[in-house]
Design a protein around this ligand. Structure first.
Ligand SMILES: C[S@@+](CC[C@H](N)C(=O)[O-])C[C@H]1O[C@@H](n2cnc3c(N)ncnc32)[C@H](O)[C@@H]1O
Length: 308
């Protein structure tokens, strides 16, 4: 299943149209987003009555392909406060964003650096987690170099301004998108929480018609989300929870020896592999291509459709 397969892309588009979905661009930039893998993922989503995503991040699958009542969780508190503000059209959040957008549009290209660094200072000095902090967090996600997460020993976000890539950004369009009809409709159906995935899963009685898309941090040393570390122990906790899951799930992850060890051989699981091409190669830290695994507890290979 090569990700770049044009036939798979066409298939995903047809599937969306067939289901009458109203896709929406994700609301913010998020590392590890699954947008480019959608052509493989979307056609393999089974019919479902409720949708769950314990590692929501930028929610690319939800925004592109899901219509049902949905439950989004991510341990990152600023991220989930951001979604809460968007969902509830929080006045302080949008006032703060639009005042920065006004400054951005008035500033020269050179002056835009200062807006970014003011935003970063304010974010680092603010208590967790307020509407203004969530607004600054959103802007940092858009404007930081390489869309990176990095904090220093004091836990302060220290990624520099994205310069050439960020300077010409149309920030107003990015903020307007948060209030677009498509975004409002999507957010209405989304229930939000900011828990560890195991606590999130404990909160439900899952039924066979439930579907869960599982996209955890990769099993690698570069999968740190801000200050959140996902260890081997966490991968093991997740595998245990998935083995007992009573709805249907799809797990997408890098195929490392640990992942193979945790999931191979379980009779009720199906494991497919595909090559994933990374778009970025920042300072040589990411290989350009790696093997990913799609693991499901249902038959998820629409072979006839894929071939067309
Ligand atoms: C690969 S990303 C998800 C990307 C997402 N599917 C998308 O399309 O943007 C993994 C996410 O897991 C979150 N995370 C890390 N540790 C977690 C934990 N213990 N419980 C829940 N979420 C966690 C991170 O904050 C990150 O957003």
């Amino acid at each position: 299943m090569p990700v770049s397969d044009a036939a798979a892309v066409r298939t995903a588009g047809r599937e969306h149209a067939d289901r009458g979905l109203a896709p929406c661009r994700p609301l913010l930039k998020w590392p590890g987003g699954k947008r480019s893998e959608l052509p493989l993922i979307a056609p393999r989503i089974p019919e479902h009555s409720r949708y769950f995503e314990p590692f929501f991040g930028g929610g690319s699958v939800y925004f592109a392909a899901i219509d049902a009542e949905s439950f989004a969780n991510d341990l990152h508190p600023d991220l989930m406060e951001f979604y809460r503000c968007v969902k509830h059209n929080d006045e302080r959040f949008f006032q703060h964003l639009y005042s920065i957008v006004d400054d951005w549009e008035r500033a020269s290209l050179v002056g835009r650096d200062a807006i970014y660094y003011d935003c970063r200072d304010r974010y680092n000095a603010s208590p967790p987690t307020t509407a203004q902090r969530a607004a600054d967090f959103f802007l940092l996600r858009e404007l930081a170099y390489g869309g990176m997460f990095r904090v220093n020993a004091n836990g302060h976000f220290n990624v520099p301004f994205g310069q050439a890539y960020a300077k010409n950004k149309n920030l107003r369009e990015k903020v307007d998108h948060l209030r677009s009809d498509a975004a409002v409709a999507k957010m209405k159906r989304l229930n939000l929480s900011a828990l560890d995935f195991a606590d999130f899963l404990d909160g439900f009685e899952f039924r066979p018609a439930d579907f869960m898309f599982v996209d955890p941090p990769y099993d690698s040393s570069f999968s740190k989300y801000d200050t959140l570390d996902f260890t081997e122990q966490d991968q093991r906790r997740l595998a245990k929870a998935l083995m007992q899951f009573t709805g249907r799930f799809m797990l997408v992850c890098k195929a490392t020896p640990l992942i193979e060890d945790l999931y191979h051989g379980a009779e009720h699981l199906r494991v497919h592999h595909y090559e994933y091409q990374y778009k970025f190669n920042i300072k040589g830290r990411f290989s350009r291509s790696s093997t990913h695994a799609m693991i499901t507890n249902y038959e998820a290979a629409p072979a006839a459709r894929e071939a067309s």
